[in-house]
Design a protein around this ligand. Structure first.
Ligand SMILES: CSC[C@@H](O)[C@@H](O)C(=O)COP(=O)(O)O
Length: 362
């Protein structure tokens, strides 16, 4: 996507270096940074310099590639796998990318691993871009159908939670891809952007949508239910960090409440995801998906632009108050209208997923 007139992906390699958009500073400042050592890659994922399920998977693949450039032994490959695997527990794309890298590299002679690992990381990045583009192509049809029933010029009003935008993937985003495609197709849309406390990923979504000229309004996390009751939301689209084989969706904390409100108000609730986010080994999301518990400081403190233009952090609670920070929740399949994947749109169910991915579901 374009930033200040230049096309960017969220991760790329250039002159032997892996570069990322350092998301700690957005939406206040756009900064890129090179990452190299195993510890830097692990820190970048754990501390959310990069974030979003698809992007952390590709970052880990690049991390393996850099490590193989230094030491391509079996032991180094396994150690890098374990280091990255321990960074964030919920998004399955991380494990998916690591499993794929280990399975491709282990059978090779160590001398061939560095080149193969870099080729694999690049391939994964390209595949992610294409998957997300296709999610946009399929999701666009849902928006088009709603637009066709509206009075001329009235926008389709979407709501999204967290940032499942291009910053959370390599490009396009999942939930945002249909929005960008709608904008490109000349369909009027307006997006309600959930703030998404505690880390305010909604600011990233607002930054992305603004840069692409998509009209949007930043709202508190608590406003969505009210807007749905008032008939001001036509469609909800979110992303996901792990979707089970029966269609349960784990995503950023608060997604479940949006799905409940959508169900109560008859608002269609869709989830955009590449198939790398489907965990075919689990069925019951509530019982089987580990929920990341992050630092309470992310809740008690908040970062923003200060009056003097610098980026600063303030405490919003009384000194000494502890913050609780479960980072994800699970929305049961019964609350989800459909899943938008690179293969098309399906029901959030075992049968729905099997219809699009027959080889995998078997
Ligand atoms: C396309 S990204 C899908 C999800 O990863 C996204 O909705 C999300 O929950 C990101 O959480 P984060 O904690 O910011 O990594």
């Amino acid at each position: 996507m374009r930033v200040n007139g230049t096309d960017y992906r969220s991760i790329w390699d250039q002159d032997g270096q892996v570069k990322i958009i350092d998301q700690r500073w957005l939406p206040h400042e756009f900064r890129t940074v090179g990452i190299d050592s195993r510890d830097e890659f692990a820190t970048a994922i754990r501390d959310m310099w990069v974030r979003g399920a698809p992007l952390i998977g590709v970052t880990a693949a690049y991390g393996i590639a850099r490590e193989m450039g230094r030491d391509s032994s079996d032991a180094a490959l396994q150690a890098a796998y374990e280091t990255f695997d321990a960074t964030r527990p919920t998004a399955i794309n991380l494990r998916w990318a690591l499993d794929r890298a280990r399975a491709e590299l282990m059978p090779l002679a160590p001398v061939d691993r560095a080149e193969a690992a870099l080729a694999l990381a690049r391939r994964m990045a390209d595949e992610d871009v294409e998957c997300n583009r296709m999610i946009g192509v399929h999701g666009l049809e849902l928006i088009r159908e709603i637009a066709a029933k509206k009075p001329e010029g009235e926008p389709v009003r979407l709501l999204t939670h967290c940032n499942a935008g291009w910053l959370a993937t390599v490009d396009w985003g999942t939930a945002t891809s249909p929005m960008f495609h709608a904008k490109n197709a000349g369909i009027a849309v307006h997006v309600w952007v959930d703030e998404t406390r505690p880390r305010n990923q909604g600011g990233l979504t607002a930054w992305e949508l603004g840069a692409h000229g998509v009209p949007h309004t930043y709202i508190t996390d608590n406003a969505g239910g009210h807007l749905m009751q008032e008939g001001m939301v036509d469609l909800v689209i979110t992303g996901t960090d792990r979707t089970t084989a029966q269609g349960d969706v784990c995503n950023k904390i608060g997604t479940y409440l949006k799905a409940l409100a959508a169900k109560d108000n008859g608002v269609p609730f869709y989830v955009g995801l590449p198939s790398s986010t489907i965990d075919w080994t689990v069925r019951d999301g509530l019982k089987e998906i580990p929920i990341e518990d992050r630092s309470g400081r992310e809740v008690t403190h908040i970062q923003g632009t200060l009056e003097d233009g610098s980026i600063g952090c303030v405490r919003v609670t009384p000194e000494g108050t502890e913050g609780g920070n479960p980072a994800f929740d699970v929305t049961p399949a019964r609350l989800i209208t459909g899943l938008i994947t690179e293969h098309g749109v399906c029901d959030a169910s075992t049968e729905g997923l099997a219809s699009l991915f027959p080889e995998r579901s078997a």
